[in-house]
Design a protein around this ligand. Structure first.
Ligand SMILES: Cc1cc2nc3c(=O)[nH]c(=O)nc-3n(C[C@H](O)[C@H](O)[C@H](O)COP(=O)(O)O)c2cc1C
Length: 192
């Protein structure tokens, strides 16, 4: 079952703009992240949640989508994410926030999997200007926005493909559908 959720949990970039996500839903997603492992158990994160159209539209213009696709602008009007969780790293807990990059991944993937289980989907967005995002969200000085988790009810289809050894791993769009090549099991296993 977990494997099915992992496979369903793709990076979606088009959403039903009319499907609101409630604050309680976002709180429950963060509650899942709260139980994840954490290096030295420092738990250096706070989470900015957004589910109102106003705050969502403050965040959206600061996010960049699918940089591998030059002719694609990301979610079209009416298909924007309807919620966000911005994972913020607390410099008061560790001044070198790079140290927590693995932890960012762990909490973020946990949130995305929990969202998938709820019938939602989304995309991790690392391509944004941290200073502009911190200013737009009026974050206190000690918090650095590390990763944006854009969420919504996906309304696009994504197909996973087997990537031939040495082949091109670039994702692509064809006839409005999105394809994502993944390396084969036999090509990534080492040892016995
Ligand atoms: C740390 C991280 C940052 C990412 N940043 C972006 C981003 O800024 N914009 C975007 O459109 N996708 C972003 N993605 C999504 C990747 O492009 C996506 O994971 C990849 O194309 C594979 O597709 P899949 O998630 O469906 O397997 C990011 C993914 C990760 C893990």
């Amino acid at each position: 079952m977990l494997k099915e959720i992992v496979k369903k949990n793709r990076s979606y970039r088009s959403f039903d703009g009319n499907h609101a996500i409630g604050r309680e839903t976002l709180l429950d997603l963060v509650d899942c992240a709260r139980y994840t492992p954490s290096s030295v158990n420092l738990q250096p994160f706070q989470y900015f949640i957004s589910c109102t159209p106003e705050t969502n539209e403050t965040i959206f213009p600061l996010t960049a989508w699918a940089r591998l696709l030059p002719n694609y602008d990301g979610p079209a009007e009416g298909h924007h994410p309807t919620g966000y969780i911005v994972v913020c790293t607390d410099k008061n807990i560790g001044p070198n926030t790079d140290r927590f990059r693995t932890d960012v991944g762990i909490v973020s993937q946990t949130i995305m999997l929990a969202a998938t289980e709820k019938g939602l989907g989304g995309c991790m967005i690392g391509n944004f200007d941290k200073e502009k995002m911190a200013a737009a969200l009026k974050l206190p000085e000690n918090l650095v926005p590390s990763l944006v988790l854009a969420l919504g009810k996906p309304d696009e289809e994504i197909t996973l493909l087997d990537l031939e050894k040495g082949g091109d791993s670039k994702y692509f769009r064809k006839d409005g559908r999105h394809f994502v090549p993944k390396r084969k099991l036999e090509d990534i296993i080492l040892g016995d």
